[in-house]
Design a protein around this ligand. Structure first.
Ligand SMILES: [Zn+2]
Length: 289
């Protein structure tokens, strides 16, 4: 029977029971329910608290690399360390996971090192936790992307250009064919705190890929901001090699590079939103002919 006051009839106890019976399975089938936020917080806590500061070339950075390697391994990925030498003679490494070779379409990256005395929960254990959750979701499903946890992103001394060593090494070591075949590099850096979520591109592709990534985020009901990305993280080396890039980050985050960048400042909801924003972007890029 239609009511004339425009309101729906109130649910009887039996209707409410049916509704929860129908809604609960739908929730557990939805992408939101499949995101393991607790697992992401465990990764953040392990990297930022159990290990702590992970300065480029340090034993702690290496311990973090081996942890991430073991996580990719447990998800069933072929994973390896890509080692390189820093200007100060120390060794660092990227952790590369994925099946892709000649058919590579997308690189998803997040750096795992941190500044001295900074536990680096937001900068950037948050991004690594999102990287690992995306890898978990896509395990066995895609063979056209690589997940890369970059070493030595942070500055290693006072020189402002002494940074981004892992991503620069990856690009230098990659073949021209591999770079030209890439449809995008998605960089996730600082996505666990800060009120505003940015999805930004660089001018080498006119910002087209970032526009598409903002579109799919908006389609998923996620509010994101745009603008041009600065040369502040691992996307920079890829953009300079001509690869379309997208830089996912939150701002402002005043605790970054300080001892107060701890897991207590990370909002699990923000990690979930980052997964919900990046996951459909990967699918959109890879499924485009
Ligand atoms: Zn960072």
């Amino acid at each position: 029977m239609m009511r004339t006051d425009g309101r729906r009839p109130s649910a009887t106890p039996r209707m409410a029971a049916w509704r929860s019976f129908l809604v609960l399975p739908l929730f557990f089938l939805s992408p939101a329910a499949r995101i393991h936020v607790d697992g992401m917080m465990r990764d953040v806590t392990y990297l930022a608290s159990t290990i702590g500061p992970r300065v480029a070339g340090s034993a702690e950075e290496r311990r973090a690399a081996l942890y991430i390697l073991s996580r990719f391994d447990s998800l069933g990925y072929p994973a390896r360390l890509q080692e390189f030498t820093l200007p100060n003679g120390r060794r660092s490494a990227n952790v590369i996971a994925g099946h892709a070779a000649e058919a590579l379409r997308v690189v998803v990256g997040a750096h795992y090192d941190s500044r001295p005395n900074a536990p680096g929960a937001d900068d950037n254990a948050s991004g690594v936790s999102v990287l690992l959750e995306l890898a978990r979701q896509m395990a066995g499903k895609r063979r056209d992307l690589l997940f890369v946890a970059f070493g030595a992103e942070e500055r290693i001394d006072r020189n402002r250009s002494h940074h981004h060593y892992g991503s620069r090494h990856f690009v230098q070591a990659a073949s021209t064919g591999l770079l030209q075949g890439l449809s995008g590099m998605l960089c996730i850096d600082c996505v666990g705190s800060g009120p505003h979520f940015y999805v930004q591109g660089m001018r080498n592709d006119g910002g087209t890929l970032a526009w598409r990534c903002r579109y799919v985020a908006n389609q998923g009901g996620i509010a994101v901001k745009g603008g041009w990305a600065g040369p502040y993280s691992d996307h920079t080396a890829f953009a300079r090699a001509g690869v379309p890039v997208v830089y996912y980050h939150r701002s402002p985050h005043p605790l970054t590079h300080t001892p107060r960048d701890t897991p207590a400042t990370i909002r699990p909801e923000y990690l979930r939103l980052a997964v919900l924003a990046v996951s459909p972007a990967i699918e959109a890029i890879c499924n485009r002919p």
